[in-house]
Design a binder for this molecule. Structure first.
Ligand SMILES: Nc1nc2c(c(=O)[nH]1)N[C@H]1C(S)=C(S)[C@@H](COP(=O)(O)O)O[C@H]1N2
Ligand SMILES: [Mo]
Length: 164
């Protein structure tokens, strides 16, 4: 289990990586946020800053968009890197354990002070859960966030039925 790859970082990076829970926990303490709850609206857990992950993978200057991919439920977002670079983080740990699927794990992307759903490119919908891959791209990549009220309502209805 500890050998399972939880996160891949691919695309416009000098050092593509496949990170296990142990790898994530071993990232320099200066990039770790021990308790995200003050920043993440009460959500608990430990995170690595996006900046820290970009350093681990050595993101190239050609990287302009951040792709957030979840194979778990086929949810994808692609957002301008500049807008999130200095403040976003990836929650991966809770009480010393990998973040559970129920809590959006194994990796959950979070941007503090996000805007309301569908109000902007960087909105609450971009807080992708069950993230398995961060993909840096030069241009906007695959993004299947809901575009209209009906699609958004349907997505949340599906989420509720998954949780029951
Ligand atoms: N993998 C995945 N991440 C996702 C979603 C999803 O359906 N799948 N929904 C998004 C949307 S539309 C919103 S508004 C937020 C909701 O986060 P919450 O479940 O904590 O309320 O998660 C986002 N992240
Ligand atoms: Mo949303």
């Amino acid at each position: 289990m500890t050998n399972a790859v939880l996160l891949r970082i691919t695309g416009e990076v000098a050092k593509p990586c496949e990170l296990t829970f142990a790898d994530l926990a071993a990232v320099d303490a200066m990039h770790q946020i021990a308790d995200v709850s003050p920043l993440a609206g009460g959500r608990a857990g430990t995170a690595i800053t996006l900046e820290g992950l970009l350093q681990v993978a050595q993101a190239k200057s050609s990287a302009k968009y951040l792709g957030l991919h979840s194979q778990t439920d086929n949810f994808h977002a692609s957002i301008p890197l500049d807008g999130v670079r200095s403040k976003a983080f990836l929650i991966y740990q809770l009480n010393g354990e990998p973040l559970s699927l129920k809590a959006g794990g194994p990796c959950r992307f979070f941007v503090p002070d996000h805007l309301a759903c569908r109000s902007a490119e960087i909105d609450e919908c971009a807080n992708v859960k069950f993230v398995d891959t961060l993909e840096l791209t030069a241009a906007k990549g695959h993004d299947n966030r809901p575009h209209d009220d009906a699609a958004h309502a349907q997505l949340h209805a599906n989420e509720k039925s998954h949780q029951q």
